[in-house]
Design a binder for this molecule. Structure first.
Ligand SMILES: [Zn+2]
Ligand SMILES: [Zn+2]
Length: 230
């Protein structure tokens, strides 16, 4: 009872609004949850417009490290964008239950290729992690591990902070800007097959830099697994 009253008090001080219709009372209302059906992503090379498969195409392959990607929705989906801003910028972790529900339902059509994968996440820089208090990519990696019954490992460190990919226009990014952003944690043995998790995949620069660090340390296959793809 006390707990419930406490919860009510908190909610009246900080009212929550449905990330879809804006109705006050919670982050995801019953009406919206029953009709939510985001458009599916076409199967496409993660790095170019080539359609047909989520595997990196033969033309892109010599220039990148990531082998392919599974994604749930287009990053343009306004509901998902609002959910991300509630989660990452307002730090309201109550939204995790909502996003987890989406990913749980979507996981059957986001199955990575068959391989003995280890799940790991694209880590935030230490400074940002301290500021935010949690790493959303690590949360997503835990979900993926549970959905597919795969082991979850921390393999990478972000040794340099970088600007948010979603906020920097592609043409403003310098060549080689992401070189050496990630390193494999010391003392860690990198598995051959890694399922690399993050919240958003836009240009792919960040995830590919992480894939590169893993491959240079012995990974043979790195497959991305994200909520939204630009
Ligand atoms: Zn709603
Ligand atoms: Zn391609």
């Amino acid at each position: 009872m006390v707990h419930r009253l406490g919860k009510l008090a908190v909610e009246s001080l900080f009212p929550r609004f449905c990330v879809s219709c804006g109705r006050e009372g919670g982050l995801w209302c019953g009406g919206c949850s029953s009709v939510f059906a985001p458009s599916m992503l076409p199967q496409r090379c993660p790095f170019c417009a080539k359609k047909g498969s989520n595997r990196t195409c033969i033309e892109c392959r010599p220039e990148v490290y990531l082998d392919g990607i599974s994604a749930y929705v287009p990053y343009g989906n306004p509901v998902v964008r609002r959910a991300f801003s509630v989660w990452k910028y307002y730090g309201d972790r109550a939204i995790e239950k909502v996003i987890h529900g989406w990913m749980s339902a979507a996981s059957v059509r986001m199955i990575p290729p068959i391989a003995p994968f280890y799940v790991c996440h694209v880590p935030l820089h230490e400074g940002k992690l301290r500021l935010r208090g949690f790493d959303q990519a690590a949360v997503i990696a835990d979900w993926a591990g549970t959905f597919y019954g795969l082991p979850v490992e921390e393999l990478l460190v972000r040794v340099r902070p970088t600007q948010s990919q979603a906020r920097v226009a592609r043409n403003k990014r310098g060549v080689g800007e992401f070189d050496g952003v990630f390193e494999v944690m010391s003392g860690v043995k990198v598995p051959e097959h890694v399922l690399l998790c993050d919240d958003v995949f836009t240009s792919g620069t960040t995830m590919d830099a992480a894939a590169r660090a893993l491959k240079e340390a012995g990974a043979k296959q790195v497959w991305g697994w994200v909520v939204a793809r630009g």
